[in-house]
Design a protein around this ligand. Sequence first.
Ligand code: URA
Length: 233
Amino acid sequence: MNPGGRGLTARQQQVLDELGLVRWLPRSGQAPHAIPAGETGLPDGAAWTELAREAASCTGCPLHASRTQVVFGTGDRAARWMVIGEAPGADEDAQGEPFVGRAGRLLNEMLRSLGLTREQVYIANILKCRPPGNRDPQPDEVSACASLLARQLDLVRPGVILCVGRIAAQSLLATTAPLASLRGRVHALPGNRIPVVVTYHPAYLLRSPLQKRKAWEDLRLAQATLDGVAADQ
Ligand code: URA
């Protein structure tokens, strides 16, 4: 299949398949939701417990050997907002929680500008284990971790996903498009149509504070999208 006619490579399609995101559906499409690969039929509480247990003992890629601990995800498991980043850094690896370093503090400020605390959103990463030296995630690592994120998404069922940074956006949307072309519009997550808004990674914004204005536009787009989702319900 070639979701959305975007010319996916076999590798990108494989990642989509592993995420359980088997169909491209525009937001306005009429087709039913795809069934995520991770669906268990368990009540949500039991499904979270099982998922966290699986993640904690995961040896699905070589990163398990160098991690201090798995960085599973944090926040409100029934949140309307889900933030998806790239991978844990040194602080996150040490503390077991995503976005707790400098970039995390800026993410908290970005959320605060929306009237949100980090406890009110659900925050996770594409990878649950730290790549050594903070190198970019490898495709096999993204693919090994994909079903954990798919199952988190299926359990949270957010109204909007704020995807921060190029790597997270390209992995989630199975594209090689540059970040500049991905931000500023709303994507539909292939398969389940959850709206995705892409913005700059807070670590990049720390280095390039002049881009914060554009990030703020992205946040407002995400808020407007969520308001639209709520109005549709
Ligand atoms: N950067 C990320 O993408 N995720 C984290 O959890 C921390 C830094």
